[in-house]
Ligand binder design. Structure first.
Ligand SMILES: Cc1cc2nc3c(=O)[nH]c(=O)nc-3n(C[C@H](O)[C@H](O)[C@H](O)COP(=O)(O)O)c2cc1C
Length: 208
C-alpha cells in the first residue's frame, strides 16, 4: 500500500505519520504567561538534534479553532522555556496537562505539580521530572502560519541525582523509566530493553 503525500488530506497524513513514527519522546514544556502563571503542556513532535550547541526542536500547532496555544504565545513573548521529560509516575499528569486550560489557569497549579526555580531563565522546571533542560529560543521556523517549529538551545541540565553517575557520565538505565507517545492517548513504557554487540566495521576492499 502506498500514498502520495499530495493525495491525502492533512488530517489523514497526520494519522499516517503519527501512527508509525513511534514511540515519540515527549517534551513537557513549562513557560510563563504574561501575568506570571506557570504553564505546562506536552509536545511529541519533538527531539534533540545537536549537542554543540545543545539544540532541541518541537512543533506547536494552532488549536482547531485557530487559537494560539499558551506555549506558543509565552515563548513568542519571552523566548524562554524548560523541556521536562516525563517518567511513569508523572505520565498521567503529563497527559492531563494537555487539556484545554484558560491562560490564567496554570496546569502545574491545577494538577498539583511541584515547581523548582530555574537558574538561567524565568520559567521554572517541574521539580519531580527526572530530567529538565532550561532553554532559550535559538530559532523559530514558521510553517504555513499554523505551526511553529521551536528550536531551543539548552543552557542548563537538571538531572535527578539517583539517575546519574557523574564520574562515568552515564545514566543508571534500570532506574530511568521515561514514557513514549504512541497514537493519540496511547503511551508506552520503555523498560523492556535490548542490547547488541558493537556493529561491524567493514573495510573497503583493496583497490586492484
Ligand atoms: C502526549 C501529547 C503530545 C502532544 N504533542 C503535541 C505536539 O507535538 N504539538 C502540538 O501542538 N500539540 C501537541 N499536543 C497537544 C497539546 O499538549 C495541547 O494542545 C495543550 O493544550 C497545549 O497547551 P497550552 O495551550 O498550555 O500550550 C500533545 C498532547 C499530548 C497529550
Amino acid at each position: 500500500m502506498q500514498y502520495a503525500a499530495t493525495d491525502v488530506a492533512p488530517h489523514e497524513r497526520y494519522k499516517i505519520l503519527a501512527a508509525f513514527i513511534v514511540p515519540r519522546p515527549i517534551a513537557w514544556v513549562t513557560t510563563i504567561g504574561p501575568t506570571g502563571v506557570v504553564n505546562a503542556a506536552p509536545f511529541s513532535f519533538f527531539n534533540v538534534f545537536a549537542e554543540d550547541p545543545p539544540l532541541i526542536m518541537f512543533a506547536i500547532n494552532k488549536r482547531p479553532d485557530g487559537r494560539l496555544k499558551d506555549t506558543w504565545l509565552n515563548i513568542q513573548r519571552t523566548s524562554e522555556f524548560v523541556v521536562n521529560i516525563t517518567d511513569e509516575p508523572l505520565a498521567l499528569k503529563m497527559h492531563n496537562s494537555s487539556g484545554d486550560f484558560p491562560p490564567n489557569v496554570g496546569e502545574p497549579d491545577y494538577l498539583g505539580l511541584k515547581l523548582a526555580p530555574s537558574v538561567d531563565i524565568k520559567p521554572p522546571r517541574l521539580a519531580d521530572a527526572p530530567w529538565s533542560m532550561e532553554c532559550k529560543t535559538w530559532q523559530i521556523l514558521n510553517v504555513k502560519d499554523d505551526r511553529q517549529l521551536v528550536i531551543g538551545e539548552g543552557t542548563r541540565f537538571h538531572i535527578r541525582d539517583e539517575l546519574w553517575d557523574p564520574k562515568a557520565m552515564r545514566v543508571y538505565t534500570e532506574k530511568y523509566h521515561p514514557v513514549g507517545r504512541m497514537f493519540v492517548d496511547r503511551y508506552c513504557r520503555t523498560d523492556d530493553r535490548m542490547e547488541f554487540p558493537a556493529a561491524p566495521v567493514v573495510k573497503a576492499a583493496a583497490a586492484e
